[in-house]
Structures are given as C-alpha cells and as structure tokens.
Design a protein around this ligand. Sequence first.
Ligand code: FPP
Length: 235
Amino acid sequence: MNENIPVHVGIIMDGNGRWATERNLPRTMGHKNGVKTLKKLCSHVFKRGVKVLSVYAFSTENFKRETSEVQFLMDLFVDSFYNEFLFLKENNVKVIFSGRREPLPASVLKSMDKLVDETKDMTGPIFNICLNYGGQDEIVDMVKKISLLVKDDVLQIDDITKDLVNSNLYQELPPLDFVIRTSGEQRISNFMPYQSAYAEYYFPKVYFPDFSEKEFDIAIEEFQKRNRRFGGNSK
Ligand code: FPP
C-alpha cells in the first residue's frame, strides 16, 4: 500500500447552496448537511493519518451574503462548537481557529473559545477552522505584527525569514500538501495562500455535502499519483 499521506490537508467546502437548491430545499439545509459531512470526514481524515486538517468555514467576504444566511451560519457555528464537535476531544484532536475576531458576534467567539480551551491539551491531530478568514488579510496582519517587532527593536530586518513569517501568521502550521475544493470550481478564493505555495490541488465535481469518506480516499489516491518536485528535477 502506498503510505504517502499528506501531512496537512486543506478543504474548501464549496457547493452547499447548490446541493440544497437542486433538491428544492432552502440553501441553509445545504449548510446543515455540510456539518454532518464534515463530522464524518474529520474522523476519517485523521484515521488515514493526516496530521493537520484546515477547513474554510467562512471567508471575510461571506459577510456580504443575505443577512438571514449569515445569521443561520453563525447559529450553526455556535451549535456545532458547543454540541456537534465534542467528539473531537474523545479522538484527541486539538481545535484551533484562523481568522480575524472582528466583527464576529460575541456568541460565536464564546463558542470558539470554549472549544479551543476544551481541546487545548490534546496531543493528536490538529483541526484548523478558518472562520472569518481571508488569506490576504492574514498576510497584512502578519506584516503589521513583524513591523511592530522591528519598530520596537525586538527584531532586525535581517531576522525576517520564511520561518519567521510562518510563525507570525494566525497559526504556525506545516505547509499545505494538498488542497481540495469541492463543487468543481477551480479557484482558491483567498484560502491560505502563503501555506499553499507548493500544495497540490484537486477539484472534485461533487458538492460538499456529498463529499464522503470514499470521495476523500479517491482524492488521496490522486495525490499519491502526483510527482511533487518543489522546483527541482522530476524523478
Ligand atoms: C460554501 O457553500 C460553504 C460555506 C460558505 C459554509 C461552509 C460551512 C459549512 C460546511 C458548515 C460547517 C462548518 C463548520 C466549521 C461547523 P456555498 O454556500 O458557497 O455553496 P454554493 O457555492 O453552492 O452557493
């Protein structure tokens, strides 16, 4: 068996709305079924040996959606973090978040903080939830943090390296090896651009609620066929 399992996998969970619309259901039902899919997927992904899973739950741009959909998603996050994701602790998974806290409602922040606190001592895989996240904002925030350190003489310009940049992002994580975007759209929409410099991309046609454990295994088989060169010669 090919044991080449990506260390860090990213999933852009796209197509919830279309999944629901095709079934004559309100878009919100797509998101609800997305949570069910994500729960099943999480257990499976970590069982397969992935060490870090990053998911795109809500982009900074998603605030432009209809107020009722944004409100539904916020409530869904609160319910998921208090109730649905507790199984992660039983599986020794540590939950972290990436993104800006402003302007998330206090109720959402509270549920995020509780989940982080409850899993902070877990020693197993990491589940990184990108919520109110934008990749360009993350780079802007990193530049501001480092600039302040230089201004205060804590750092010199020559201390700025790729590792230093990486450790001043929202979370210090290994690079993304594999990024999956469901629903057939072939773009990355501001998802972890610094971390995915050498990632392999995969764009299955299925909508996220239908992205099963089997679909994930097919994606891994595709990853294992890729010849990653990191700018060097092909083998
Ligand atoms: C994209 O589908 C999906 C989202 C903006 C929300 C993702 C959220 C979930 C899967 C809920 C579970 C997540 C957590 C962390 C509890 P879309 O609405 O853009 O679909 P469309 O492109 O078909 O309209």
